[in-house]
Design a protein around this ligand. Structure first.
Ligand code: ADP
Ligand code: ZN
Ligand code: ZN
Length: 702
């Protein structure tokens, strides 16, 4: 007597959503069981999807292989998890096995049962998970009225919640209390808290540990993100899967973790683009979180639910629109804790500043004054390195990358020209490589240059203790070494540094207490970019950056956000001045409606990488041609293939084709019909030179 389990394994992309392989087994294997199965010459990890008594038509014993073994001691992955994975694969047009296996820790593949048993035993002890223990009340502050109202509303919410809270309004405390309530109500409840980039916000992790480890035990809080070692990832995953971890803090990948007791999902800074994956299955972890909460709720007894909370001071227009329509419950916390004011906006009209000034003199004066009072400043710009281009003014040579359609960035500190797209790095030439001119010069500015200028412009400025003002820089270059980010944040918190220059990483959720001035010095590129989401991103960035200032209520009245711009009349600044996100969202949504853009319309991209631009476009256009006879094609618009903004990266040419539909359903029906056709077009003559293709559903950048 045999069973015929169908098993999903990590298959190459696009091998079809329903793809699973049939094996033989002596044992009846529950769906979700983790197994090792032979595949070609190897043995691979797989997940049992189904285990029928009868073989599928046409399969005989001789033509199937036996399951090699079961991963012992692990409960099967439950039906809700499997439904989530299946949905993600279908919705984002990827292989079921690819998505399922990518959601499991890589090390699980390599462990023998003996090793696995050892790992399972080695887990730090959690408390009993006793509701009474976890229910003890936190010592901490009293909730503000707004926090209390939001928490009460959360308890009764019947829909996903959009927590629209100003920066410094105390959203984190609401997450902590909501978590506490869920854990106290149920001895085996689990909470998933997602953040855009965990390393940038070590404070959040510290606050969860501080609050819950004394209550629920040392192993109650675990992290899950791609910066962890394989061993750490396995350990966290096992904790989550066995229910020992009560709280999982993670980045977007955590949305696919196995969490059998899941009762609450928090998506902090829900508007952040890093929730959308840009490779493999290009899923949105925020959208999957909403779906996951729905699936979990459906499996619970009547009246109980798994709640999902999306938090932001500048929500995505998708979520804002959903709240407008009543699909999400919007809870607002407009006031800052302690009654502090949001910083005042100061626009610096660059048309009236000395020619060539990178930093406007009035801004420098304002900074000097703050430093003199012992306050701190942040200076934000979106480019690292010294200058984005190095150029020869005699012959027109520029520091073009040999492999990309982009310029190499001049890094003065190590005298290199570096391509930020492919990594190609060379020493800065002594003279122009084309004409020998010795006078090659940087064009434009990056963080290194602004740091250098600030050091010289503030050279005479003294802190209250009489010491000279200190300027530091924080960006991907300065934080590359392990531990350097934490160190830099610490010098900021301790007040050693007076001015911090950096890319947008300095604007993220840090709770710096002494910042009273934030400056954005080159925001204009976001005002006129061709990308229709650019204003939304700029508004969010500036609001978030402003949110770093005046977090101490005593200083908040004098806190300021400076923006240097050539276009002070731009309407975006009018909303920003009022801190009026709703007004900004309303105008943006109206524009999107008239243009049929998301969230009023739905999009997917077909992307192609090829040896030549012509080959990439030829294949895309052939794929569009092949779609013409398909069902549901009349419900979508297929646009002609176009090159990407940066069309060549590492010698690969990139092009894309936009698909639009009025409804999500119509787009999904068409993509499902198109998927098998796309696979067939790989054998067309037009596919010569094609390297790979990918579908991006709900793309963030088009
Ligand atoms: P947000 O995430 O909304 O920007 P935080 O949760 O970081 O805001 O809260 C801002 C600051 O206010 C933090 O230092 C936090 O410890 C403090 N805080 C939060 N809630 C309260 C409260 N009810 N009473 C006093 N301080 C609070
Ligand atoms: Zn030259
Ligand atoms: Zn390059």
């Amino acid at each position: 007597m045999h069973f015929w389990p169908s098993v999903v394994v990590a298959t190459p992309a696009h091998s079809g959503v329903g793809a699973s392989l049939t094996y033989r087994s002596e044992l009846l294997l529950a769906p979700g069981t983790l197994v090792r199965v032979p595949l070609g010459a190897r043995e691979v990890l797989g997940v049992v999807w189904d285990c029928p008594h009868e073989p599928p038509e046409g399969l005989t014993e001789a033509r199937t292989k036996a399951v090699a073994g079961v991963l012992e001691g692990l409960e099967p992955l439950n039906a809700r998890w499997r439904q989530l994975v299946k949905f993600a694969a279908q919705y984002y047009q990827r292989g079921l096995g690819e998505v399922a296996l990518a959601a499991l820790p890589p090390q699980l593949r390599d462990l023998s049962n003996v090793q696995l048993a050892r790992r399972l035993k080695r887990r730090p002890a959690t408390g009993t998970g006793d509701a009474a223990v976890c229910g003890a009340s936190p010592d901490g502050h009293d909730l503000s009225v707004e926090q209390r109202l939001a928490l009460d509303a959360l308890a009764d919410a019947q829909a996903p919640v959009l927590l629209f809270g100003a920066t410094g309004s105390g959203k984190t405390e609401v997450y902590l209390r909501a978590t506490q309530r869920v854990l106290a109500a149920q001895g085996d409840a689990q909470v998933l808290v997602m953040v855009p980039e965990i390393n940038l916000t070590p404070q959040l992790e510290a606050r969860f540990r501080e609050r819950f480890e004394p209550l629920c035990g040392a192993g109650a809080v675990v992290c899950l993100h791609s910066g962890m070692t394989p061993a750490q990832r396995l350990s966290s995953w096992l904790s989550a899967h066995t229910g020992q971890a009560r709280i999982v803090l993670g980045t977007r990948m955590a949305v696919l973790a196995s969490l059998p007791g899941l009762r609450l999902i928090v998506v902090d800074e829900e508007h952040d683009p890093s929730y959308k994956s840009q490779e493999g299955a290009r899923y949105s972890a925020r959208d999957l979180a909403v779906y996951r909460a729905k699936v979990e709720t459906q499996a619970l007894p009547e009246g109980e639910r798994c709640l999902v909370v999306l938090g932001s001071a500048t929500p995505s227009l998708e979520s804002w629109h959903a709240a407008d329509q009543g699909r999400y419950l919007r809870l607002a916390m407009p006031a800052r804790i302690g009654g502090g004011a949001l910083p005042r906006l100061r626009l610096v009209d660059m048309n009236h500043q000395p020619k060539g000034a990178v930093l406007a003199p009035p801004l420098i004066d304002a900074m000097a004054e703050r430093i003199g009072r012992g306050e701190q400043c942040l200076v934000l710009l979106n480019r690292r390195g010294y200058a984005p281009v190095l150029a020869c003014h005699d012959c027109g040579w520029k520091s073009q990358c040999a492999h990309c359609s982009a310029f190499r960035v001049f890094h003065k500190l190590d005298r290199t020209l570096r391509c930020h797209h492919c990594g190609f790095t060379e020493r800065v030439p002594r003279a122009c490589p084309d004409c020998g001119n010795l006078d090659i010069a940087p064009v434009g500015r990056g963080t290194e240059q602004v740091e250098e200028q600030l050091v010289s412009l503030l050279a005479e400025v003294k802190r209250p203790d009489g010491a000279a003002a200190r300027v530091a820089r924080m960006d991907a270059d300065s934080t590359r070494l392990k531990g350097s980010l934490e160190l830099q944040l610490a010098t900021m918190h301790s007040g050693e540094v007076d001015v911090l220059v950096g890319t947008q990483m300095i604007a993220k959720g840090h709770d710096f207490r002494r910042i009273t001035l934030v400056a954005s010095i080159n925001a204009d590129s976001g005002l006129f970019a061709s990308d229709y989401r650019a204003p939304e991103r700029l508004f969010a960035l500036l609001m978030q950056a402003a949110g770093r200032a005046g977090r101490d209520a005593a200083q908040s009245a004098a806190s300021e956000m400076w923006v240097q711009t050539w276009y002070p009349q731009h309407p975006l600044f009018a909303s920003l001045k009022q801190h009026d996100f709703p007004a900004f969202a309303m105008t943006q949504l109206a524009e999107r409606l008239s243009a049929g853009m998301p969230p009023h319309g739905h999009q997917a991209l077909l992307r192609a990488d090829a040896r030549t631009q012509q080959a990439a476009q030829a294949w895309l256009n052939a794929a569009a041609q092949a779609a013409l006879g398909l069902p549901h094609v009349e419900d979508v618009t297929l646009y002609p293939a176009v090159p990407l903004t940066i069309q060549r990266v590492a010698n690969v040419e990139r092009a894309q084709l936009l698909v639009e539909a009025a409804s999500r359903g119509a787009l999904q029906r068409f993509l499902a019909a198109w998927q098998p056709v796309l696979l067939e077009t790989r054998s067309l003559p037009e596919a010569r030179g094609l390297i790979r293709f990918a579908v991006d559903v709900d793309p963030l950048v088009i």
